[in-house]
Ligand binder design. Sequence first.
Ligand code: TYM
Length: 345
Amino acid sequence: MAFKERVFSGVQPTGNLHLGNYLGAITKFVALQDTYDCIYCVVDLHAITVWQDPPELKRTIREVTAAFIACGIDPKKQIIFNQSQVAEHAELAWVFNCVARLGWLNRMTQFKEKAGKDRENVSVGLYAYPNLMAADILVYRATHVPVGEDQKQHLELARDIAQKFNVDFAASIASNGYGDAFFPQPEPIIQGPATRVMSLRDGSKKMSKSEPSDYSRINLTDDADTIAQKVRKAKTDPEALPSEEEGLKPRPEADNLVGIYAALNNTTKAAVLSEFGGAQFSTFKMALVDLSVAKLGPIGSEMKKLVQDPVYIDSILADGSARASAIAGETMKAVKDIVGFVRRS
Ligand code: TYM
């Protein structure tokens, strides 16, 4: 069955948005809006799977919304909203809790990393998180999902859930007039030279919001001086840059910085190396500072301006939520019919 093409993705309002979020996800969100109908969500229900200070949560929901707009997503053409304003996400997640198997969730590496040794003490929500993520995507029957590399396994789970739902309820899907499949198989879009941006302090660790050292990441709200300092202090090795990509393989920090440069400049690692092969890091880092400040500076300033106007931000979220609800509501009506619930017409 052919599904209407639609893009969905989400970003958690926790901590600082950083260069990894920007290059791995948000730049893709911006590019895709030219060709697809897109729905971009501030996933606040996901955020509370670990403790969030309530006033800080409100602030970060608005900050991520500001980042979407400052990076160039058009809130009139596309839908920007926060997840908790559309109740169908949680409703479909419950149905998916009953479709997904414990064994599937037990394999999720992100849960293992986040729970660590203290498994007995983490929230049930953290464990069931991937089911909610599947619901986020499938409540819009989205076909394309731009994400960073770290979300690949969650996307595979969403595909498994869609498939099992379609198989388990095949007869009911057909008798309710939905053909041979109700949910599409959502395609991850994980492309380009920066699908996994690494920490600036340790090339073996992902750049992340939760890493205690602020020097490990470039935040979207960092000013020019801070960006310059962080790039200058980024860990490197004593060798000059190689001329071929192959030469980056055993050098994770060099590989990371070249990938960041390539992504910011909308080119490939090979093209960056053809320009900087043989150069010392001191030279390359100066160019990286200039490029980072040129690209991120205007975004940071626009974000700071936008968050001064919470009334405007909240109106974007209210408008987006209303439009998202209209789509999600239709899906949930159908799901209720398919599952066999009695509903108000
Ligand atoms: P979150 O909030 O951790 O990250 C948002 C997006 O940024 C990407 N990302 C990175 N990309 C490259 N390098 C990095 N170091 C890096 N760090 C983060 C993430 O892959 C993500 O695309 N579970 C999701 C949010 C979510 C979602 C969804 C995404 C909830 N429901 C439905 C897609 C569809 C998350 O925690 O992303």
